[in-house]
Design a protein around this ligand. Structure first.
Ligand code: ZN
Length: 141
């Protein structure tokens, strides 16, 4: 593109008419970059930036929102346990004891003394020692 005085005049006219650089380039038969470059060299009025800039207040508001979101994400979520419906307690089965003696080591283990009470059916311990042997610690999260 050769920028003679008529081309420059036409550019100034179209520029002042607020046409976009692309539209001017189409009319002059050149590239958009050529239009923008010549407009800059001719010191024509600058166009407002098409990318909207955030004001300081908007920027601060966004930062505050992001901070609030971050803090909210860091807080542990407290979920109050809702009262579960009462579950019917299982009816304990009658304790059946066998004739086998309890195998719970009682007293000095070197003397191999056992409890000796009657065992639960199918178990090696009496009810008391079976309960002690199978006790589970509550899991704390
Ligand atoms: Zn026992």
């Amino acid at each position: 593109m050769i920028w003679d005085s008529t081309a420059k005049q036409k550019l100034r006219q179209l520029w002042d008419a607020k046409l976009t650089a692309n539209m001017i380039a189409e009319q002059l038969g050149c590239t958009r970059n050529a239009v923008v470059g010549m407009a800059h060299r001719m010191k024509l009025d600058k166009r407002p930036n098409p990318i909207k800039r955030m004001s300081e207040a908007e920027r601060e508001a966004r930062k505050r929102e992001a901070r609030a979101r971050k803090v909210a994400a860091m807080k542990p979520k407290v979920v109050l346990p809702q009262n579960p419906p009462p579950t019917p307690k299982p009816i304990p089965a009658p304790v059946q004891l066998s004739s086998h003696p309890c195998q719970w080591l009682d007293g000095d283990p070197h003397l191999r003394q056992f409890c000796g009470e009657p065992c639960l059916v199918g178990r090696s311990y009496c009810p008391e020692h079976y309960a002690r042997a199978t006790i589970r610690k509550p899991v704390i999260f």
